[in-house]
Design a binder for this molecule. Sequence first.
Ligand SMILES: [Zn+2]
Length: 178
Amino acid sequence: MSDFPEEPAIDLHSDVYFMQQALHEALKAYERGEVPVGAVIINEGRIIARGFNQVEMLKDATAHAEMLSLTAAQEAVGDWRLTDCELYVTKEPCPMCAGAMVHCRVRRVIFGCPSPKDGAAGGGFVNLLQQPALNHACDISHGVLADDCAALLRRFFQEARDKGNDLQRQQEDSGRLP
Ligand SMILES: [Zn+2]
């Protein structure tokens, strides 16, 4: 046996760990009947903001997990510039959220599953996070816990379909189904 201490079971600074935290936020949305997307924002290795999709609860189409967490992070940092921050989100961001991330100058964006129809971070129809014409570009990592992130979304939409809920059709029409 080595005299060195064992590696920790969980690397608290790994992408997987923070994506698990984002998934935990997505579960909060799921439990409230919202499309299950969650986000966390990290600064210097610590979570400074969390958010989950609340479009139905707040009756606000802009209340995506990323937007809510960006607002909370700006409050925590005391600045609109999130230059030293990383944003983890369970699903590839939409154009609105990707635009907001560029405005806030987020350093890196890590998403779980891609969103082929409305994704705006390179997995979907456009990559707004890395547009040469804009004055900021975010680094991108993707595919972290992608299966878990997508499975939660699929379960939500399947249950909505089983209930004959209009929401599922609306979301499919607007391209939010991965
Ligand atoms: Zn969005």
